[in-house]
Design a protein around this ligand. Structure first.
Ligand SMILES: [Zn+2]
Length: 192
């Protein structure tokens, strides 16, 4: 299980094993079928590759283990998406720029080349598809985050809905959205 948390630190700070960057261990096992009221124990680090405009490289994420059921959790800074190497904040910002109009996908990729040299059109197309696939889940959480988002649920056309969704994320700020989303349902917006 991966648990998102808020941080003011940059991805680069996580390129070293530093326990001070992480929240304290939970006092209750987060696995529903265990839920034992015991403090989890430190269980090393999990390393993963992370790609963003300002930092690309391995980062180290704290792991905790439940002493009762023996399962582990990894603590994920809110800009990391489970199962995706690219920064969630960069993804949301790039898609927002694209959906604002005035720039083609090809141009956007060209413009981003110096900062994200490995990003290709297929990545952004995949994220768009994934967001449409998760539309019901995303809209459900938007409704929980704020009632002013409920109207967006009735937008019939998927691409218009994606555009509206991306605007709302910008209004909230991408890092606030990413964190709120996972705190509400324990999943991330592009989770399959
Ligand atoms: Zn447990």
């Amino acid at each position: 299980m991966q648990i998102s948390f808020y941080t003011d630190n940059s991805a680069q700070d996580f390129s070293f094993k530093d326990h001070t960057l992480f929240p304290e261990a939970p006092y209750r096992c987060p696995f529903k079928d265990c839920s034992m009221p015991v403090k989890l124990k430190k269980h090393g680090y999990y390393s993963r590759f992370f790609i963003s405009k300002i930092f690309t490289g391995f980062i180290f994420l704290r792991r905790y283990i439940c002493p009762v059921c023996g399962r582990t959790i990894s603590m994920l800074p809110m800009f990391c998406l489970q199962g995706f190497q690219y920064s969630g904040i960069d993804i949301l910002n790039l898609l927002h720029e694209l959906y604002q109009g005035g720039i083609s996908l090809r141009k956007l990729i060209e413009q981003t080349k110096s900062k994200l040299p490995t990003l290709e059109r297929r990545h952004l197309n995949y994220y768009r598809k994934r967001i449409v696939k998760n539309r019901n889940l995303i809209q459900y959480v938007l409704n929980l985050i704020s009632p002013e988002f409920i109207f967006a649920g009735s937008i019939p056309e998927n691409q218009n809905w994606v555009k509206t969704f991306l605007e709302k994320v910008q209004n909230l700020h991408p890092h606030v959205f990413l964190l709120d989303f996972s705190l509400h349902i324990g999943k991330q917006f592009m989770t399959s």
